[in-house]
Design a binder for this molecule. Structure first.
Ligand SMILES: Nc1ncnc2c1ncn2[C@@H]1O[C@H](COP(=O)(O)OP(=O)(O)OP(=O)(O)O)[C@@H](O)[C@H]1O
Ligand code: SF4
Ligand SMILES: [Mg+2]
Length: 441
């Protein structure tokens, strides 16, 4: 608003949607379009994301190494890029809808039991009320999550910022304990284990975080860092440690020359490889990746996805990918759960979720994601208004009701439960109980 008060002839918007969730970014794009049309302003929109630029449509100039390498209408740029750099940039944009091709993980055998079973898990934090010393509010970060993660699958969890993804990750990794509910890994309820048994069990599941800079101690050499995991676990003769560490480094594509290096000289991708080697050396069954690929550029992301796939084949690994990058999740995950305000609102196979989403929030999330391809639904049908309600004050009824374009009377009083509407497809929405007639009324 500040920017348009002076009624400028030209508005310069520099990567303004980059730090935002896709749903909020879509609102800002619509607002900018509207303002520029009403105030007859020209807009110069700068972005490193081609799909984002595509939302503005008009002429596009491509800047490479300080020079404009070409300038065309956006549609023509896509259809016939002139510069080699533009061609590569277009090719590197992940496609979500172009192909119905399945993701990388193997399918499960019929009747196989889940590797991890999460049953009605809750986690609430206390947060001090603003302007007070000793009055607290309850932040409901995770509310009644139930799901099963199958062996060797790639399970994705998506949702807007603050919906509880990282809290759930910490619960899955048992770094925090749930207020209620249970998490069972390979038939053992983690809550029933003694501290000693829990340390042993921890080898089976490992958590990798987003920030490879803060995740690694800056004054410890790469070899020592990886070795530490083995030392804590014990049972490996000292003479074998170095050999084991170098083998784990080789597995993630780090040469032995990194062994004595400190992490500060390494690239983001190399640091993430160290974190992966630290986890892998313990022979885990389950890797939980909380935005692990978000800090990487497209090429490095692609290389790590390839590495994860190779390791899965070799070590029978199961992955949980937590991300707000829908294109990455589409590329990698067999099943996907959509989270909103601490709750799971839809769980389905990746293909079903993308091509036939059931929950209005899933549709909003998918239609807001900028892509170069045509979307299977009209984004304007699902454009969300406003931001999610505060997790301190979750309204009665469906937590999505305040933003849902399809909300009707029942939604504001009755909380929908996550129900299996067809085999393997779960959603929590009253519309799916045959309430469309009410919705239309
Ligand atoms: N230790 C804590 N104390 C108080 N509130 C917390 C704590 N950790 C998380 N929260 C709150 O719980 C909610 C869920 O946070 P969480 O970090 O799990 O979300 P997220 O989905 O991972 O978000 P992002 O995509 O931004 O990483 C937020 O409202 C957050 O402010
Ligand atoms: S229950 Fe109602 S408010 Fe909630 S998602 Fe369904 S239609 Fe929208
Ligand atoms: Mg998070």
């Amino acid at each position: 608003m500040d920017a348009i008060c002076a009624e400028p002839a030209v508005l310069i918007a520099d990567n303004v949607t980059q730090p935002l969730d896709v749903t909020i970014a879509a609102q800002i794009v619509a607002l900018l379009h509207d303002l520029c049309t009403r105030h007859k302003m020209a807009t110069i929109y700068l972005s490193s994301s081609l799909p984002t630029l595509g939302q503005f449509g008009d002429r596009t100039a491509v800047l490479y190494q300080g020079r404009f390498v070409e300038q065309q209408a956006f549609a023509e740029l896509l259809a016939s890029p002139q510069a080699d750099y533009t061609r590569k940039a277009i090719a590197s944009v992940p496609r979500m809808w172009e192909t119905a091709e399945g993701p990388l993980a193997r399918r499960q055998a019929q009747g196989e039991a889940p590797l991890m079973k999460v049953e009605n898990v809750h986690r609430t934090y206390r947060a001090r009320k603003r302007g007070t010393f000793n009055t607290y509010s309850s932040v409901q970060a995770v509310c009644g999550v139930t799901l099963g993660i199958m062996p060797r699958e790639n399970f994705g969890i998506v949702g807007e910022s603050g919906c509880g993804k990282s809290t759930l990750t910490r619960l899955l990794a048992w770094l925090e304990t749930p207020d209620s509910g249970s998490i069972v890994l390979n038939g053992t309820s983690l809550g029933t284990l003694s501290s000693r048994d829990l340390i042993r069990k921890r080898n089976e599941f490992q958590l990798l975080l987003q920030d490879p800079y803060n995740a690694l101690p800056p004054r410890t050499t790469v070899g020592r860092m990886i070795e530490e995991s083995l030392l804590i676990r014990g049972g490996i003769p000292r003479a074998d440690l170095r050999k084991r560490v170098i083998a784990a480094m080789a597995e993630v594509g780090l040469g032995a020359e990194f062994y004595d290096q400190l992490p500060n000289a390494l690239s983001t991708g190399e640091r993430q490889r160290i974190s992966i080697a630290r986890a892998l050396i313990l022979d885990p069954k389950l890797l939980i990746l909380d935005e692990t690929l978000s800090a990487l550029d497209q090429r490095e992301q692609g290389r790590l996805i390839e590495l994860f796939s190779k390791l899965q084949e070799k070590n029978d690994l199961t992955y949980v990918f937590i991300s707000h990058d829908l294109a990455m999740v589409r590329k990698v995950c067999t099943r996907i759960a959509v989270m909103y305000l601490g709750e799971m609102v839809e769980i389905a196979d990746s293909h079903d979720l993308f091509f036939d989403p059931q929950h209005p929030y899933t549709k909003a999330l998918l239609s807001a994601a900028p892509t170069l391809e045509e979307k299977p639904f009209d984004p304007s049908d699902f454009l969300l208004e406003g931001e999610p309600p505060s997790p301190i004050d979750i309204p009665a009824g469906c937590s999505f009701a305040s933003r849902c374009p399809k909300a009707f009377g029942r939604c504001r009083v009755e909380t929908p439960t996550l129900v299996e509407h067809s085999p393997g497809r779960f959603a929590a929405c009253h519309l799916l109980d045959g309430d469309q007639a009410q919705a239309a009324a």
